[in-house]
Ligand binder design. Structure first.
Ligand SMILES: Cc1ncc(COP(=O)(O)O)c(C=O)c1O
Length: 390
C-alpha cells in the first residue's frame, strides 16, 4: 500500500503518549501530567444551563463561519474594557479551541520555506503546526536563569531574511513563566523593525498569581501585526467544549476564516451560546474564577515548596498557568528516565521536559490541577523513590 504523507511521518512520536501508555492500568496512579482543569473544576453550571437551553431552543444548526455575532461582540468589549483595544466584528474568528486558531493562523500566514521563531521549551504543537504549513520552526533557547522568559537579544540573533513570524505564549505552558512588559516591548520593536507577525497564544491570560500582570501583545503598538489567540478551555474550564478565538486585522481574519470554512466550517453552536453566557454573566464568572485561582494558588505553593524539599530537585515558582517545570538535573537522570522511573516506581505521571524542545532536557512538567491530597501524596512518593535510588 502507498505510504502516509511525509509531513506526518516527520512529526516525532509523542513521548507524552508513551508516558500515558506506561501509566495505563497502573493501580493508584497520580497524574501531574495533565493540563486540563475540568476534573478539578467542572464548567460553571450557569454556562452548562445556557448551552442546554440553547439545544432545546433549536441551536442545532451551523453558526456563521466567524461565529455568532453576540459572542464576537462580547469578546470585542472584553478587549476594549481590559486592554483598551479596538476590534471590529470582522476582526474576530471563533474557532474549535485555541488549537484550531493556532493552526489556522499558521495556514493563513506561512508560506513554504518561511522561518518561524518559537521559544524552546514551548507548547509542543507549535513546531508541527508550522511544519504543516510548510514553514521551518526555528527554536530560540530560553533558560531557567532568565526565569524561562525570552531574551529579546537571543530572539533577534535568530532572525534571517526568511523569518516571517514569532510565536509567543505567556503565561507559558510548560513553564508557568510570565514575561516582563519591558522585554515584550523590546520584542514588539524587533517585530516592527523586521516586519514580522507575532502569533501570541494568551490562553492562560487569567491564570496569573500574586501581583504578576499579563500583557496582551496587541497593546504594544503592534496590533496590526499581532494575532492574539485565546480560549474558553482554561479560564472558563471548558476544555471539552472546544471553543477558542483569534483576533487580528481584517485581512488576516479573512484568511483565517477561509481556512476555517474549508474544514471545521464553524465552532459548535450550543457551546458558543454557553460561552456568551460565560462572558455576559460577569458576577457568576468572577465568583467561579476567584475560587479556582485561589485553589490553584494553594496547590502551586504546595507542589513547588514540596519539590524544593526533595534532594536533587529544584523548582522555580511559576507566575501563571498551572504548570511547574522542576529542574531534575542533580538526580543524574535524563528527563525521560526520571519520568519513566516516577511512573513505574512512584506511580506519579510527569511529562519529560524535552517533549517541549531540546532545552527542556533536565526538567519535567508537573501540573497542579491534581488535588492538594494527591499533590502531597505524589511528593511523598517521589521523595521516597529518589532516596532509595541514591
Ligand atoms: C499554550 C496552549 N495553547 C493552546 C492550547 C489548546 O487549547 P484549546 O483547548 O483551546 O484548543 C493549550 C492546551 O493545553 C495550551 O496549553
Amino acid at each position: 500500500m502507498r505510504s502516509i504523507a511525509n509531513r506526518i511521518k516527520s512529526i516525532r512520536p509523542s513521548g507524552i503518549r508513551r508516558m500515558f501508555d506506561l501509566a495505563q492500568g497502573v493501580e493508584g496512579i497520580i497524574s501531574l501530567g495533565i493540563g486540563d482543569p475540568v476534573p478539578a473544576f467542572d464548567t460553571p453550571s450557569f454556562i452548562k444551563e445556557a448551552a442546554k437551553k440553547a439545544l432545546d431552543e433549536g441551536y442545532s444548526a451551523y453558526s456563521p463561519n466567524l461565529g455568532f455575532a453576540e459572542l464576537r461582540e462580547q469578546i470585542i468589549s472584553k478587549y476594549k474594557n481590559e486592554y483598551g483595544l479596538d476590534y471590529s466584528l470582522d476582526e474576530v474568528c471563533i474557532t474549535c479551541g485555541a488549537g484550531e486558531a493556532l493552526y489556522l493562523a499558521c495556514q493563513a500566514l506561512i508560506d513554504p520555506g518561511d522561518e518561524v521563531l518559537i521559544p524552546d521549551p514551548a507548547f509542543l504543537t507549535y513546531p508541527p503546526q508550522v511544519s504543516f504549513a510548510g514553514g521551518i520552526p526555528v527554536r530560540v533557547p530560553i533558560s531557567e536563569d532568565n526565569e524561562f522568559c525570552v531574551n529579546p537579544e537571543d530572539l533577534q540573533a535568530k532572525i534571517t531574511p526568511k523569518t516571517k513570524m514569532i510565536i509567543l505564549n505567556f503565561p507559558s505552558n510548560p513553564t508557568g513563566a510570565v514575561m516582563r512588559k519591558a522585554d515584550l516591548k523590546a520584542i514588539a520593536e524587533i517585530a516592527q523593525d523586521h516586519d514580522l507577525f507575532i502569533l501570541s497564544d494568551e490562553c492562560y491570560e487569567k491564570l496569573i498569581y500574586d501581583d504578576n500582570v499579563h500583557t496582551c501583545l496587541a497593546t504594544l503598538g503592534i496590533q496590526d501585526r499581532t494575532i492574539v489567540v485565546n480560549s474558553f478551555s482554561k479560564t472558563f474550564s471548558m476544555t471539552g467544549w472546544r471553543v477558542g478565538y483569534a483576533l487580528a486585522n481584517k485581512e488576516i481574519i479573512n484568511a483565517i476564516m477561509v481556512t476555517h470554512q474549508m474544514n471545521a466550517v464553524a465552532a459548535n453552536s450550543s457551546a458558543q451560546i454557553g460561552c456568551i453566557e460565560g462572558m455576559k454573566n460577569k458576577e457568576e464568572y468572577e465568583k467561579f474564577a476567584k475560587q479556582m485561582l485561589a485553589e490553584f494558588d494553594k496547590r502551586r505553593k504546595e507542589l513547588v515548596n514540596g519539590f524544593n524539599k526533595i534532594s536533587g530537585i529544584h523548582c522555580l515558582m511559576p507566575k501563571g498557568a498551572f504548570y511547574t517545570f522542576p529542574n531534575i538535573k542533580e538526580t543524574g537522570l535524563t528527563s525521560y528516565e526520571f519520568s519513566e522511573l516516577m511512573i513505574t516506581k512512584a506511580k506519579v505521571v510527569m511529562i519529560p521536559g524535552n517533549e517541549f524542545g531540546d532545552y527542556g532536557e533536565g526538567y519535567v512538567r508537573a501540573s497542579f490541577v491534581a488535588s492538594l491530597e494527591q499533590i502531597k501524596e505524589a511528593l511523598e512518593r517521589i521523595k521516597e523513590v529518589l532516596e532509595k535510588k541514591s
